[in-house]
Design a protein around this ligand. Structure first.
Ligand SMILES: [Zn+2]
Length: 247
């Protein structure tokens, strides 16, 4: 689904826009010159769907070269292995995420708990994926006219990272599950979620200069998107935790 020139939503599940498999997070594609950057992979339950959407959008799959992963949870990284093989992508993640995704450790990514709780189907299995480049915070990468900077944003999960993507026209926060529309966060009763870290991450993001928010679920925001970080900060400044999208 084309949002505007150079920005597409290519997968999105039930906690989003119902474009693809119900378990997919929002997967965005951002143009970097004549290449495309993909952010997160979805759960990988219906790998053919991306091809259909790219065809509908008029995108040549060969132009998609890079996949950045925000964190190891299956709805964000479960499709990475298939996409890496199918599209011959170079994969990127922070160090902690890379370790979990490469190991395919279903306990480390809380998939065991999520399956038991019925959040994922009983037959869902995670596929490990090689991460080609570990991205260091504070060391932006450049692809054509675009820079991509990893920001450590733990809390929703201890390995969570967001990406600040600076294009010729936008400063985009690809927020994964760290920050959502209206200043919400994503809190779950799983070992890798830490409320103190969630609030510290809100403080981190409230200090970042961005104008566009592309979160892992629900609405994206194309204008004045810092207001969503400010809304979360209003809670944190009062020592409260922002409301969670998971209820
Ligand atoms: Zn998550």
């Amino acid at each position: 689904m084309k949002i505007e020139d150079g920005l597409h939503l290519v997968l999105s599940g039930g906690a989003g826009f119902d474009l693809s498999d119900a378990f997919d997070c929002n997967v965005f594609m951002i143009a970097a010159g004549d290449q495309w950057l993909l952010f997160d992979s979805g759960a990988g339950r219906n790998p053919e769907r991306l091809s259909e959407i790219l065809a509908e959008d008029g995108i040549d799959p060969a132009a998609i070269r890079h996949l950045f992963v925000t964190h190891g949870h299956a709805d964000h990284s479960g499709g990475a292995a298939d996409l890496r093989e199918r599209l011959r992508l170079t994969t990127y993640a922070g160090a902690a995420t890379a370790k979990m995704v490469e190991a395919g450790d279903e306990v480390a990514i809380s998939l065991d708990r999520a399956r038991q709780a019925g959040v994922y189907p009983a037959d869902y299995r995670y596929r490990a994926c090689a991460i080609d480049t570990v991205v260091e915070p504070g060391r932006p990468l450049a692809v054509g006219p675009v820079t991509i900077e990893l920001i450590e944003t733990p809390g929703h999960s201890f390995d969570h990272a967001s990406y600040l993507v600076t294009t010729p026209t936008r400063r985009i926060l690809v927020g994964g599950d760290a920050l959502f529309w209206g200043g919400k966060v994503a809190i779950q009763d799983i070992y890798d979620c830490n409320i103190g870290a969630v609030c510290a991450t809100v403080r981190t993001l409230a200090a970042v200069d961005f104008d566009t928010l592309l979160p892992g679920h629900l609405n994206f925001s194309l204008r004045d998107a810092r207001r969503h970080a400010d809304a979360a900060m209003d809670y944190v400044a009062r020592l409260a935790c922002p409301p969670s999208i998971i209820v």
